[in-house]
Write a protein that binds this ligand. Structure first.
Ligand SMILES: Cc1cc2nc3c(=O)[nH]c(=O)nc-3n(C[C@H](O)[C@H](O)[C@H](O)COP(=O)(O)OP(=O)(O)OC[C@H]3O[C@@H](n4cnc5c(N)ncnc54)[C@H](O)[C@@H]3O)c2cc1C
Length: 415
């Protein structure tokens, strides 16, 4: 049996729920279907704080049924096959769903096979990730007795590119407070060329790096983990460089360089879900191919994509989604009623709340060109320069943003 919807949304994460909620606010008569297999919706940005022991994991989760807007038809199964030429999607139980318009928002998935050894090591012993189990990160920090604390990230795009360093800044302070810092070397090994792409933010973060005496290694591409010997293996890119040199007992194996660790935090390698990556909607890297300003699929005009799954040249964050949703909603409603796209354009806005200590934060807000574009509303919070560390920004991260997320963003209210 086929089921038809005016608008079919794939994924009930930040993007899917926000699109559904804003659409229902604008027109509650719309016939919207939402394919989402999970029972629980998570506020992932707070996992950084969970990993540092300053937020409860329980508070980051809500039952899915509580966040799906009233009037939206929740189909609790996964999308399995996309058939945009037939305006249909096959669900994991074999049911067929047809649509006038499709919104693709299933987020991203972790492909641990891209770094051999990581799958076996992750969330066990001294290897942790706020992306997969922030409560385990907190356990690792508490049990750490000194040595090399290695913070790293893979070569793929990841959610919230700043998250792998946020936990490092908090961990460093935790180690200091608990008297293990003086016999610890904190290392950040990244495939990138800089600590952050936005110059104003970079300047502040480099001061944080100096203050915390962190050893920075650029051009380090993580290729495998040897959990038994506790070594992270890297291939060095041509732009490899080191800042704030520390003597570390590095090991070599052919053209690979190994960093021994006593604790390791990493983001997992991330890719688009296979049903998107293997479909005609994907770009050559597997991400959903949308116009970067309208978020409309480049070929199928009744298909939109946003959130982590979208192949957009900006950081994958919930903050980016906050700005993407009104564009998608406006375009959908204009197409439905007037048969043309709206005039709003997404400028690549994304933001990264970089906590730099317990009680301090820098708010990186930027566009496609890495211009620093701070929200004028921050002035109302008496924050004149959000590129500098500020305690009020920490309050925003820990209390303000979760409140706005659950009570405004997910309810389809403008924030
Ligand atoms: C540790 C960490 C820290 C972060 N920090 C920040 C931060 O400080 N600020 C910020 O703005 N962002 C941050 N983020 C990123 C932010 O959480 C994500 O960018 C955002 O949640 C992405 O939303 P999404 O809707 O695209 O995907 P998700 O929210 O991941 O939701 C995807 C949904 O799709 C569903 N789904 C999957 N497969 C299918 C399928 N086949 N069919 C149907 N549904 C499917 C999933 O069950 C899920 O519910 C952080 C993320 C992490 C992990």
């Amino acid at each position: 049996m086929k089921k038809h919807y005016q608008i079919l949304i794939l994924g009930g994460g930040t993007a899917g729920i926000m699109v559904a909620a804003q659409l229902m606010r604008k027109d509650s008569a719309l016939k919207i279907g939402l394919l989402e297999p999970a029972d629980v919706h998570y506020y992932q940005p707070a996992w950084t704080l969970v990993g540092a022991g300053t937020y409860s994991f329980r508070k980051t989760a809500r039952p899915m049924k509580e966040v799906i807007p009233k009037g939206v038809d929740w189909i609790q199964e996964a999308a399995a096959t996309l058939q945009p030429k037939k305006n249909s999607v096959i669900g994991s139980t074999g049911q067929i769903f047809t649509y006038d318009f499709l919104v693709v928002a299933p987020g991203l998935v972790y492909d641990l096979d891209l770094v051999p050894g990581l799958g076996e090591a992750l969330d066990q012993g001294v290897v942790c990730s706020n992306y997969t189990n922030p409560e385990h990160t907190w356990e690792v920090l508490r049990n750490f007795k000194g040595g090399i604390a290695l913070f790293t990230q893979p070569n793929t795009p990841i959610k919230c590119g700043g998250a792998p360093q946020k936990i490092m800044y908090l961990a460093e302070q935790y180690f200091r407070k608990h008297k293990v810092r003086d016999h610890t070397t904190v290392v950040f090994a990244t495939p990138g060329t800089t600590i952050f792409g936005v110059p104003e933010i970079r300047k502040t973060l480099m001061k944080v790096i100096d203050r915390k005496d962190i050893n920075l290694r650029f051009g380090y591409q993580l290729v495998k983990i040897d959990a038994e010997k506790q070594i992270a293996w890297y291939r060095l890119a041509s732009h490899e460089s080191e800042y704030n040199h520390k003597q570390i007992p590095l090991v070599k194996e052919g053209d690979l360089l190994g960093i021994p660790y006593d604790m390791l935090h990493t983001a997992p390698p991330s890719v688009a879900p296979a049903f998107v990556g293997e479909s005609v909607l994907a770009n050559p890297s597997g991400w959903m191919e949308v116009d970067k300003h309208s978020l409309q699929h480049v070929e199928f005009q009744n298909v939109f994509g946003l959130g982590d799954v979208a192949g957009l040249p900006t950081a994958k964050t919930g903050a980016a989604i906050r700005k993407q949703v009104p564009i998608v909603v406006d375009n959908l409603l204009k197409l439905l009623r007037e048969h043309h796209l709206g005039t709003k354009s997404y400028n690549g806005y994304s933001s990264c709340p970089l906590v730099t200590d317990y009680g301090k934060m820098v708010l990186a807000e930027f566009d496609y060109d890495n211009n620093f574009v701070p929200d004028p509303k921050l002035k109302n919070m008496l924050i004149s320069d959000s590129s500098k560390e500020h305690w009020r920004l920490w309050i925003l991260k820990k209390y303000g943003l979760p409140y706005l997320y659950w009570n405004k963003m997910l309810k389809g209210k403008e924030v």
